[in-house]
Design a protein around this ligand. Structure first.
Ligand SMILES: [Mn+2]
Length: 241
């Protein structure tokens, strides 16, 4: 049986000081290694530090990764991409040019005899009211329209600088882990799925809880983590270059 692979929080393009410098190349190699052994690839958000599509342009820094995704799709692997809080504005490129299925929020999937609930995980922590406020502004069509008036190079520069500032906030996430687990288990209890998997918190774990299996895909900034699901079981793995 072929495996399903799950990865999130690569933050490609991030100016984060501790990010592995060759992680783009590693991700490309990882994607190419999936041909023939993967049935599905799930990108659970924050693949890019920032993604904004213009009518005629896409960011050239990600060309290698984008072409590897296209080849993978053309080889028959089903690709699902969930918007994160960094790549919240995915537009149509991944659907029309790559052939991925785009999900804005959580979605269900039946795989290897298991019912999965998949999401990025931002907004799972009910205490994060400031984040919800910022999210409402960023997701507003007017913000989108204003942003697109900027030259694409300038817009990207601003977005990456803002991302660098908010990196410290992400480093604080371990403090909130118990809140995420409570929310995740509540969702599992209500929905009755076997597995809930999300990204966002950069923690990386496969945890058996009374309600089912609670999985976090970790990160691809310093640790190059991903999850492989085979015969209905999830395993956290580290990519070795
Ligand atoms: Mn996130």
């Amino acid at each position: 049986m072929k495996s399903a692979f799950f990865v999130s929080d690569l933050h490609l393009g991030s100016l984060y000081k501790n990010a592995k410098p060759d992680r783009n190349v590693a991700f490309e190699a990882f994607l190419r290694s999936l041909t023939g052994r993967a049935s599905h690839l799930f990108l659970l958000g924050d693949v890019f530090e920032f993604w904004m599509e213009h009518r005629y342009y896409i960011p050239k820094d990600h060309f290698g990764v984008l072409s590897a995704l296209l080849e993978l799709r053309r080889s028959g692997v089903e690709i699902h991409y969930v918007c994160g809080n960094h790549d919240f504005n995915l537009g149509t490129f991944f659907r029309d040019q790559i052939g991925a299925e785009i999900h804005d929020g959580s979605f269900h999937m039946e795989l290897q005899g298991k019912r999965l609930l998949l999401l990025h995980g931002d907004g799972l922590n009910p205490d994060d009211k400031a984040y919800r406020f910022v999210r409402r502004i960023l997701h507003h069509p007017l913000s989108n329209w204003l942003y697109k008036l900027l030259h694409p190079d300038l817009g990207m520069k601003i977005a990456l600088s803002v991302g660098k500032l908010s990196r410290d906030h992400n480093e604080n996430i371990p403090r909130y882990l118990p809140r995420y687990e409570v929310a995740a288990r509540e969702l599992l209890r209500k929905g009755g799925e076997d597995i809930l998997m999300h990204g966002h918190i950069h923690a990386g774990f496969v945890k058996h809880v009374p309600e089912g299996v609670y999985v976090n895909t970790g990160e691809w900034l310093e640790k190059l983590q991903y999850v492989e699901m085979t015969n209905g079981e999830c395993f956290l793995r580290t990519y070795a270059m």
